[in-house]
Each structure stands twice: as structure tokens, then as C-alpha cells.
Design a protein around this ligand. Structure first.
Ligand code: 5AD
Ligand code: SF4
Length: 410
């Protein structure tokens, strides 16, 4: 979401007479659009702010970073702008102060989003912002505010514009896309509308097990341009913790959704966010998570160690944290378990053919290309192929967890 916001901010400022440079050292104004969901990236952002402030730049703290720490940030920056204040950015950019009201409209911001001309083969489009779920560990409801869905015609306009400029893959984004709702149009309706446009690949993220309807899977199965992948954060396999976190589903309900998805779309890729080290997590809770991971057989997962984030509910609720070494050990064990499953899944790809959209060259070898399958699995292709091209690739072997293959003629 911050990546999308940054692209639009760039367009907004360019249109208002500012000149963009990729090198912050050469700039007069440096904008740090930061994520604060977890502790680690936030620390880096603070370092960046201090670094550029020391060097005499006009420093802007933007995004969730701004929303979370507000006045405290003035020590490290000149201007603090929350994500719902971007409509005013061209006017306030040279002023000092704190602008963090989140009940604002983003009409002008989306107008610039529709106008942006530097577009790639793969682009994000925001369909909703904010979140009303208040999971206990999470700061998003405090930094992005209440859920707000964008009008479908506005989204469609932006998608059409992107297609006309050469974009082939659109990822619809929002903190909780499944709760999209605008004047009678829900997420599955929106998905159906977008799928009628000439987009080669449609993706969406992030989904929520509480809000997703199985009707979404029916539409995914019917429409060839909606990719068979769902990112469905589970966080934990313990019913006790799911309740404490206010996630709004049980492990049994989660498994039911996954099984239904695989029945409707047999080749669907299922990924998740998983967390360990919640303050009240017992060894038994953790083992439930491992057990769920084995039961679900995730295609990939992002795994985190809980950190208390102000002003989340959990930050105030729990006085004591788990010992760090316990959390680190559980995280390591979880990563190993997921990795074993992932490697097995990648090996199962050997001998099969996948449609791949090329998005660059392989990290270690410029002669090789890299791309994503329809299911969002990154593969390496043993040939140089231009970015944005679609090819059929037969997987011949696996290096670590990376499938490698050769292009085949169709
Ligand atoms: N500590 C650790 N991980 C967190 N996440 C959200 N809040 C926290 C936190 N306080 C993780 C969740 C979420 C992902 C975006 O970040 O797994 O799904
Ligand atoms: Fe945070 Fe929960 Fe909302 Fe996701 S659903 S953004 S974890 S509050």
C-alpha cells in the first residue's frame, strides 16, 4: 500500500512543479513513507529521518509512520503527513507541522493515481483503505483509520488507464479487500467487473478469513484472468489465541475455507502470515500452529515474531512479554517446518508446465530471467526474456526452494 501511495505522491508533486530524483542526497526535500506494522522497519525509518535531517534536508514523515507517532516525529522531521491527508500535500509540502486527520477524503489523490504515466507491467490499485477489525496486536486501524471503499467506477477508470499504458497485471490492494463495499457493490462484484476489462492478470491482497465469501472462489474459478492465489493470513493455529487476538474465526473455520478453495480451484496457491510469540502463547498454542501449518500445507508464508506496537490493544493489555529466546526458537522451528513443505511443493512442480510473466533477470545471473507463475510462485527461466512477456515454462529442477525451467514452444 505504501508503494502505491509513494507512486501517486510522486505523480502529485511532479504535476505541481516539483522535480523527482531517485537520489535522496541530491534532493532538497526527502519524503519517508514508512510502514509501522512491525518494529524492525520502523527502526530503519527513524534512522533515515535522522540521517537526512542532519544533512539539512526538508524531511517529510509520511504514511502510517506519520500517523503513529505524530508530534514526536517533529524532532526528526519538518512535516508530518498521515495517509489520509495526501490530498493537501501539494499545498502543505513546504510548511512545517503535523497533518494527521484521518477522516479526510482522498479524491484528489485518486485523481493523480489515475493520471500517473510512469507505469510498469505490474501495478497496484487501491480499492479500499483502513481497517475496522482491531486485531489486538495491530496498529493499522489506528494508522489508516476506518475502512473506506473507493467507488467502483473510480477503480475501473484507473485500471482502464493502466491497461492503455501497457500494464498487464493489476493487484487490487486494501488492508482487508474482502470487506470492500460501495453502494451495493461488494468485493466479488468488483472482481467480476474488473475481470471483464482487458487485464491479463488480476490479483488481490490482503484477504481476511472472517470476511471472505466462498463466492469469491467461484468467480476466480470461472474467470481465467483472475489468478489462482490467495493470501490469507492465519496468524496462529490456536483457537484460544485466535479468540484473544480478536481474529473472528477458529482454526476449523480456517481449514474449511482452505479446503473449499482447493476444491473449487484445484491449483490454487495459498499463502499466509503467521505470528509466534504473542504474550500469552504457550508451547501448546505454538504446537497448534505447527499442526495447522502441516494440515494446510501452505505454498509459502511470511512469519513474524510478535512485537508490542503502540497504540495497539495488546500493547496496553499485556504487561509481560514472552522471553525473547522462546519466541526466537519458536520462529526458527516454524520457519523450518514451512520451508520443508515449501521445498516439497516446489519439487512437485518438476516436469510440469507453467505460464510465467517475466519481471526481470535472475538475481545472480543476468542471462537468466525471473518471473511469476499464475499462482504467484517465482521461477527462474534459463533464457534471457524481456520483462512483461508471457511464456510457457517447463520446470526441470529446483535450486533450494526456487524452481528452474526452460521455455517451451506452444
Ligand atoms: N508484531 C508482529 N507481527 C505483526 N503483524 C502485524 N502486527 C504485528 C505485530 N505487532 C504481522 C501480521 C500481519 C502482517 C502484515 O504483519 O502477521 O498479518
Ligand atoms: Fe490489522 Fe487485523 Fe486489520 Fe489485518 S485485519 S489490518 S491484522 S486489524
Amino acid at each position: 500500500m505504501n508503494e502505491y501511495d509513494s507512486a501517486v505522491i510522486k505523480e502529485m508533486l511532479k504535476e505541481n512543479g516539483f522535480v523527482y530524483t531517485n537520489s535522496p542526497d541530491a534532493a532538497n526535500i526527502v519524503i519517508v513513507n514508512g510502514c509501522v506494522v512491525r518494529e524492525k522497519p520502523e527502526k530503519k525509518e527513524f534512522e533515515l529521518l535522522k540521517y537526512y535531517k542532519k544533512r539539512g534536508k526538508f524531511v517529510v514523515s509520511a504514511g502510517c509512520l506519520a500517523q503513529k507517532d505524530k508530534e514526536a516525529l517533529l524532532e526528526f522531521s519538518d512535516l508530518v503527513v498521515g495517509p489520509m491527508e495526501y490530498d493537501n500535500l501539494p499545498e502543505i509540502i513546504k510548511r512545517r507541522g503535523v497533518f494527521t486527520d484521518y477522516n479526510k477524503e482522498r479524491d484528489k489523490f485518486y485523481e493523480y493515481a489515475r493520471k500517473r504515466d510512469e507505469v510498469g507491467f505490474s501495478e497496484y490499485v487501491t480499492i479500499m483503505t483502513g481497517c475496522d477489525n482491531f486485531c489486538t496486536y495491530c496498529v493499522v486501524p489506528f494508522t489508516r483509520g476506518r475502512e473506506k471503499s473507493r467507488p467502483p467506477w473510480d477503480i475501473i477508470d484507473e485500471v482502464k488507464g493502466l491497461i492503455a499504458k501497457g500494464t498487464k497485471e493489476i493487484t487490487l490492494i486494501g488492508q482487508n479487500v474482502n470487506s470492500y463495499f460501495y453502494e451495493g457493490v461488494d468485493f466479488k462484484d468488483l472482481l467480476q467487473m474488473i475481470s471483464k476489462l482487458n487485464v491479463k492478470r488480476i490479483r488481490f491482497t490482503t484477504s481476511h478469513p472472517r470476511d471472505i465469501s466462498l463466492a469469491v472462489f467461484d468467480i476466480m474459478a470461472k474467470k481465467d484472468n483472475i489468478m489462482p492465489h490467495i493470501h490469507l493470513p492465519v496468524q496462529t493455529g490456536s483457537n484460544k489465541l485466535l479468540k484473544e487476538m480478536r481474529r473472528g474465526y477458529t482454526r476449523e473455520e480456517y481449514i474449511y475455507i482452505v479446503d473449499a478453495a482447493r476444491k473449487i480451484i484445484p491449483d490454487i496457491v495459498i499463502s499466509a502470515d503467521i505470528m509466534v510469540g504473542y504474550p500469552t502463547e504457550t508451547e501448546e498454542d505454538f504446537l497448534s500452529t505447527l499442526d495447522l501449518v502441516k494440515r494446510v500445507q501452505f505454498d509459502y508464508a511470511y512469519m513474524f515474531i510478535y512485537s508490542p506496537r503502540k497504540p495497539s490493544i495488546a500493547y496496553y493489555r499485556y504487561k509481560e512479554q514472552l522471553p525473547k529466546e522462546v519466541a526466537v526458537r519458536r520462529h526458527r522451528r516454524l520457519v523450518e517446518t514451512v520451508q520443508q513443505i515449501v521445498i516439497k511443493k516446489r519439487k512437485d512442480m518438476i516436469g510440469k508446465t507453467y505460464e510465467v510473466m517475466i519481471d526481470g533477470h535472475a538475481k545472480k545471473n543476468e542471462g537468466l530471467s525471473r518471473g511469476k507463475t499464475r499462482g504467484n510462485i517465482t521461477v527462474v527461466v534459463e533464457k534471457h526474456i524481456p520483462e512483461g512477456e508471457f511464456i510457457k515454462v517447463k520446470i526441470t529442477h529446483v535450486n533450494g526452494a526456487t524452481p528452474i525451467g526452460k521455455p517451451i514452444k506452444t
